[in-house]
Design a protein around this ligand. Structure first.
Ligand SMILES: Nc1ncnc2c1ncn2[C@@H]1O[C@H](COP(=O)(O)OP(=O)(O)O)[C@@H](O)[C@H]1O
Ligand SMILES: [Mg+2]
Length: 349
């Protein structure tokens, strides 16, 4: 196993800069998730780690070794892609043994290593099948098996679950996480799905437009997003972000409402943030007009307007109010987030 360091890495395709100086520290055995919107440079960064793209400037080290000029096959990494890239004309066994076959490993070593990976992944009964005879989840497992047999220092995953249906995705997410807990191999996992990132990562790196917005443990990003981008990206439903300014009795929203502020609030906040799950129904709350009610069973999502400001709320209670009716709601004061309007930076609150 090995640590990975990405130091001030830039990437340009011709005249187009796509990574603008990325720094990421990954500890030995850590599960790091790179998350961000489509096109922000996640795959490019992962491919540079794998050695499939050259590095325009900066340095990537795996363990103590700078690998900028080390070819992919000598980097001691294994990559799992979104489309699995299994060979259709080969059995599961042969797909998994492929890299060892290339390396001219003896048959008994191949059988031992494939057997070990198949056991870990529950594929023992499927070794003689062809990819077309497998379900999506089984194919995904074979792709992981191919990575495991290589005993790599680092696993790289690029959106490995995006071709699976929602239920299977949740199941495979748990399997990959459990696999990591058993094998403890340093892992870099790319996704655009913030829930996948939150549930799987030891550390999340939020990327946007070719740079890192924030890196840290999932709950740290949830509790203390460093800026507006992270605040809006992490959490579902997304945080309410209300424009306005500091006023007499609280935060004066452009839409007319006045939101209470914690005692500790200071600085010139231009944006008031409150997560849907941190708004409570309270008899002494602010009157709000119901726009939409969406019961999910476990909770009720409500969009309600205070003045012209719509707020998404997620209540644990069931709500019987109908659109047009008034409910009384209150943000949990200690869980308010304040941001500067120009820079979008978080203010201490
Ligand atoms: N080979 C390439 N040539 C030119 N531009 C590319 C190439 N590969 C990726 N890009 C561009 O780099 C940016 C980042 O792409 P990518 O790393 O695939 O993003 P992500 O994986 O986060 O969706 C995109 O704007 C994409 O169009
Ligand atoms: Mg990608």
């Amino acid at each position: 196993m090995a640590s990975v360091e990405i130091r001030n890495v830039r990437k340009a395709f011709g005249p187009v800069q796509v990574l603008h100086g990325v720094n990421v520290d990954i500890a030995d055995g850590e599960f790091v998730v790179l998350v961000g919107p489509s096109g922000c440079g996640k795959s490019t960064l992962l491919r540079m780690l794998a050695g499939l793209e050259n590095i325009t400037s900066g340095e990537i080290a795996i363990g103590p070794r700078v690998v900028n000029n080390v070819p992919p096959k000598d980097r001691d990494i294994a990559m799992v892609f979104q489309n699995y890239a299994l060979y259709p004309h080969m059995t599961v066994f042969d797909n998994m043994a492929f890299s060892m076959k290339l390396a001219k490993a003896p048959r008994e070593v191949m059988e031992q290593e494939v057997g070990r990976a198949a056991k870990i992944l529950g594929l023992e009964a499927l070794l003689q099948r062809y990819p077309r005879q497998l379900s999506g989840g089984q194919r995904q497992r074979v792709a992981m098996g191919r990575a495991i047999v290589r005993n790599p220092q680092v696993f790289l995953f690029d959106e490995p679950l995006s071709n699976l249906d929602a239920k299977l995705r949740v199941q495979m997410r748990a399997e990959i996480k459990e696999l990591h807990q058993r094998l403890r191999v340093t892992t870099v996992y790319v996704t655009h799905d913030q829930i996948e990132a939150m549930t799987m990562a030891d550390k999340i790196v939020v990327m946007n437009g070719g740079h890192v917005e924030q890196a840290g443990p999932p709950l740290e990003l949830y509790d203390r997003p460093a800026n507006l981008f992270v605040a809006g990206f992490i959490g579902s439903p997304a945080m309410n972000l209300v424009k306005g300014g500091m006023g007499e009795g609280g935060f004066q929203a452009e839409g007319g409402a006045v939101f209470p502020l914690p005692q500790s609030a200071r600085g010139e906040a231009g944006i008031y943030g409150i997560r849907p799950e941190h708004i409570q129904l309270r008899e002494d709350g602010m009157p709000a007009t119901v726009v939409l009610v969406e019961p999910t069973g476990s909770e009720t999502q409500v969009i309600a307007r205070i003045g012209d400001t719509p707020l998404t709320c997620a209540f644990r209670e069931r709500v019987t109010a109908r659109p047009g009716e008034t409910i009384r709601i209150m943000p949990e004061m200690d869980l308010v987030h304040l941001f500067e309007s120009g820079s979008g930076r978080r203010l201490a609150a």
